[in-house]
Each structure stands twice: as C-alpha cells, then as structure tokens.
Design a binder for this molecule. Structure first.
Ligand code: ZN
Length: 217
C-alpha cells in the first residue's frame, strides 16, 4: 500500500520539479550538482502532493525501520537512519543515546558519520538520508552541513522536528544549501513502533515525558 507523501523542493534540485521526485530504479542520479553551487535559487514553494511513485523510497525506508527496530531491542527510542548514494547504502545508524550517555548519538548523526567515513569526504552532495522520524535541529543541521540532496522521513515530530514542524533548518533560504524534503514515507509503521515503545515503557513504570506525541490515545 502506498500512501501519498509530500515533497518540497530544495535549492538547485532542478530535477525535482520537472522529472518528479523519483530516481531511476537503477539508481544512477542525473549529472546535476544537486544544489552545491545553486545557493541563490531556493524554491521553497508550497508543498506538492506526489502520488506514491517512488517505490525506492519505501524500500530504503524499510531498511531504516529495521535500524529503528534494532534501537528498540536495545531499549532506545526507535529511530533509524540510512544514507544512500547512487543506489547503495553508504551508512546506517540507530539511536544510541542511552547506551552511550551521549545526547548527540542520534540515528542520523551515526549514519552520517559512517557514510562520510566510507566515502572519505564530508560532502555528501547527491546522497539521500532516510530517517524514520522527522530530524531534530541537531540532525537537520548535520544534514544541511553535509549538503545532502534529499532528506526523506516518516512522521513529523511535533516536539523536536526541524524539517518543517517547529523549525525548518534544511530549507532555510538564507543558508548556503537547501535540502529537498519528502515526508510521510511509511509514517504509520514508524509511528506504530514509537507508540509500542513508549507503551512498553509505561507498562514497566518507567518515566515518560508528559505530552509525548506518540502516546496512545
Ligand atoms: Zn536528531
């Protein structure tokens, strides 16, 4: 079952408006520089509803969800991330803040670190990052600094989201690079995993922040 998702254009990503958000199934991206040099052309128009034409997005998001499940098994809030470049996984990660006692050990940061190490370059231009939940301000900042081509996420995070919910770091027009945003990919699956996780915490009598957005009604 495919659900509609929203796609918002990043700067310089000329392909997004003409050819749709989908990449060719083979994975070879067009030769465009994905916005590295196109700082001035931010086209943060109204969000466009794109029917579920990109099976690829769901495929990679499933992989990110596997990472999220790994986090849940380790007692971490289930969030997973995958970095993809030219049809292959460059890095993956899941939330590890509890195990490492490190507030920066988010899935995206770990996946980006793995990807840039694998690539031998901090510039991840033309790479896409799939995250099972809207990235926070720190992670959105890292995605912007890494000059990602696209960020694709599941549900919005009304408490921490920085890709359109509370802040919009990845599309801020005054920054030197804007990232194309696709949201709502496998959002229900991800939300379900988060709800299950927090429900279990409550059953165990563990403290859960009040007003948790993934609380069961
Ligand atoms: Zn984060």
């Amino acid at each position: 079952m495919t659900r509609p998702r929203l796609v918002r254009g990043g700067a310089g990503s000329g392909g997004a408006s003409s050819g749709g958000a989908g990449r060719p199934p083979g994975g070879t991206p067009p030769g465009g520089e994905g916005g590295a040099g196109g700082g001035g052309g931010a086209t943060a128009g109204p969000p466009q509803l794109v029917p579920g034409l990109d099976q690829e997005d769901e495929r990679w998001m499933r992989m990110a969800l596997d990472e999220a499940m790994r986090a849940a098994e380790e007692g971490e809030v289930p969030v997973g991330a995958i970095v993809v470049l030219e049809g292959r996984v460059l890095g993956r990660g899941h939330n590890r803040t509890e195990a490492t006692h490190d507030p920066t050990a988010h899935a995206e940061i770990l996946a980006i670190g793995a990807a840039s190490t694998a690539l031998g370059d901090w510039r991840l231009t033309n790479a896409d990052i799939y995250v099972t939940l809207e990235p926070c301000a720190m992670c959105a900042g890292a995605i912007q600094l890494g000059r990602f081509r696209r960020v694709i996420f599941g549900p919005r995070d009304p408490k921490f989201g920085a890709c359109g919910s509370i802040l919009n770091v990845v599309e801020a027009p005054r920054l030197n690079h804007q990232v194309e945003v696709t949201e709502g990919v496998l959002a229900e699956e991800s939300r379900f995993a988060l709800r299950q996780f927090f429900r279990r915490l409550r059953q165990q009598g563990r403290e859960v922040a009040p007003g948790d957005p993934f609380e069961t009604e």
